[in-house]
Design a binder for this molecule. Sequence first.
Ligand SMILES: *Cc1c(COP(=O)(O)O)cnc(C)c1O
Length: 359
Amino acid sequence: MSYQGVIKRYRWYLPVSEKTPIITLQEGNTPLVLAQSLSKMPGKNVEVYLKYEGLNPSGSFKDRGMTVAVSKAKEERAQAVICASTGNTSASAAAYAAVALMKCVVLIPKGSIALGKLAQALIHGAQVIAIDGNFDDCLELVRQITKEYPITLVNSLNPNRIEGQKTAAFEICDVLAEAPDYHFIPVGNAGNITAYWKGYQEYKKIGRIKHLPKMCGFQAEGAAPIVRKQVVKDPQTLATAIKIGNPASWKAAEAARDESGGLIDLVSDQEIISAYKLLAAQEGIFVEPASAASVAGLLKLAKNNYFCKQKTINNKQTLRIVCVLTGHGLKDPERAIASIEQPKVLPANLKTVIKEIGL
Ligand SMILES: *Cc1c(COP(=O)(O)O)cnc(C)c1O
């Protein structure tokens, strides 16, 4: 049978039963692309794979968690879902709520979300409320609302979101027939690093893989509470999807780091934009800025000769590294335009155009 989404594919690992109505947009099953350019790292044999989550139906990995969260909400006869969002959670919640015929309310930080994401939430029919505050303020409001009123929270505080998102780790292991040696990932609210670590651990427990990857998470320099070991009151970064000062899954992210022998580090906005441009220009993959934090982290560690000092697991010759690319570049076209030289305008004259091309 044709592919029908992550719940059907991995239902034995997910909190669903025959009674659960499956609300799906056929999310998941995203490409694991061998990165030709990034794999040519000096001094070490590496294979770098890019898990291209921007190809999910709403353009980010949030859909994996949302299919489970909204299906469970439907099963529990919820009439409405609500989330705080830096953009992609609201886009995804709005799409899945539309399929489920449920009301969707989203709280977003005013002026801080990429245009494409706002467009998605609005066109899918969500009630969008912009809050004069940051993401952390929005999440606090949503926590209080869902404590007192009958509306289901679909942020990653909802364990069904983490359950759905762990399927990306399963897919990586199914394709590679083993876990990678390293797993690189952007960290915002820290739900996704938590989910991947849970997925890898579950696959190890049932013998589908023999070893676990080292989890390497990356926060933006101006929004790096886990790295700095303190809440960031006024987080700043152009990578809006990880502009979070007090991550909900802080403890779980630290556990993933420590149990796996990995690290959580920070990358500057400049490093993020360099990786963002490199992915587009050399690997042919257009991501949103936050997604490039994983690759920025990889380049930072490689520059510091981190991998030269590392032994391969199981004495293999080649280190296998997976970088998660969390969201699609088309969500934030303004950032792309701002990061690159603008097209030259010429008269409609054949000679001039040929000369400009350099023919
Ligand atoms: C949500 C999101 C993140 C951050 O994921 P967390 O689970 O909050 O750590 C990173 N990149 C993109 C594109 C996102 O949408």
